[in-house]
Design a protein. Structure first.
Ligand code: CP
Length: 352
């Protein structure tokens, strides 16, 4: 056993989130049963998570983030394949960092054009090959159907790192990890009334995978989210997949195209502008721009999956509204937690 590395940096600007807040609120406990249920599972859609599992992943991420946990090379002997057929800064590198910090090995495809795809090879055939090259596959692809295509032959667990306008489940776990560190009481099925939050989402969940996945998990926290307001240029921003869940949710959910009207009441403002429309990425909802002068509550926090464009001004970076840098800084720990559970190596981390 050796102690985890202690050389992690945290975010340079904005709100700082400390893992101990969530751990202390959970009395140091990690819900191991929920984590064990992930062993050998593919992670494709946040619909597969219940609230307990989201919290358990956050608890283990927090334990890892304390950097004071005994580990016995959790992913020793395991190979993760990061197969990215679309650009990424955060997702690929934080997954690869997570694997390497857990003493696993990585085979990295940073650009699908270096594979047989350039010669017309199918994703299904690539899936067949990967069965013998690694123990888990982490894939990003611009085609929403790519998950079904590679799984025609792939028998290893697949982690969806973003599929077209589909989902980005690990980003949503990262988002909720940040929120549970910010306000640990949000994990309760019956959060005190005065701590419940009004969540505003500037974006179009139907065409924005990170927003859609975040909203899907938000619906699980119906004892803590008192209202959700969707702010979008489109008349129907939700899309088919979430329509029924939104209608059935006990959380009041409203929609507006007038950000000014609702902004002063929001506790959390989740913003994104990159949408997948048809077969390409476009910026949507660009009329909504946040900057230091936006009419926000003093303690409102802004979240963004990044990359950003001019919907989120850099003059917010050094303010306490900036939760987005802390959100991104939690990614390695969440992905460490998830990989350890999926690869059934929880027994190599003491204290859980
Ligand atoms: N949040 C996110 O998915 O970022 P990347 O596109 O850089 O991976």
């Amino acid at each position: 056993m050796h102690r985890a590395l202690t050389d992690f940096a945290t975010n340079s600007k904005g709100k700082q989130l400390h893992p101990t807040s969530l751990l202390q609120a959970s009395h140091g406990r990690v819900d191991r049963d929920s984590l064990e249920s992930l062993a050998g599972q593919s992670i494709l859609n946040p619909r597969q998570f219940d609230r307990q599992t989201v919290i358990a992943i956050a608890q283990l991420a927090a334990l890892l983030e304390t950097r004071n946990v005994e580990m016995d090379k959790p992913l020793d002997g395991k190979i993760a394949i990061t197969a990215f057929f679309e650009a990424s800064t955060r997702t690929r590198l934080s997954f690869e960092s997570a694997v390497q910090r857990l003493d696993g090995k990585v085979l990295s495809v940073p650009d699908g054009q270096v594979t047989g795809i350039a010669k017309g090879e199918s994703l299904a055939d690539i899936g067949e090959m990967l069965n013998t090259y690694g123990d888990v596959v982490i894939m990003r692809h611009p085609d929403t159907n790519s998950i079904d295509e590679i799984r025609k032959n792939l028998q290893r667990p697949l982690i969806n790192a973003g599929n077209g306008s589909g989902h980005h489940p690990t980003q949503a776990l990262i988002d909720w990890y940040a929120l549970l560190k910010w306000r640990p009481e949000l994990r309760h099925a019956d959060c005190p009334q005065d701590r419940r939050v009004h969540l505003g989402i500037i974006g179009t969940p139907g065409s924005m995978r990170a927003v859609k996945s975040f909203l899907r998990l938000a619906l699980l926290f119906n004892g803590a989210v008192k209202r959700i307001t969707l702010i979008s240029e489109l008349a129907d921003p939700v899309g088919l997949e979430l329509t029924d869940s939104i209608e059935e949710s006990p959380i009041p959910i409203d929609m507006t195209n007038d950000a000014q009207e609702v902004m002063p009441d929001l506790d959390i403002i989740y913003v994104n502008s990159i949408a997948f429309l048809g077969d390409s990425y476009r910026n949507l909802d660009t009329r909504y721009k946040l900057n230091r002068n936006s009419d926000m509550k003093k303690d409102a926090v802004i979240m963004h999956p990044l990359a950003r464009n001019d919907e989120l001004a850099e003059d917010l970076d050094s303010t306490e509204h900036n939760l987005y840098f802390a959100q991104a800084a939690g990614a390695v720990f969440v992905r460490q937690a998830l990989l350890t559970a999926v690869l059934d190596r929880l027994g190599r981390i003491s204290g859980i």
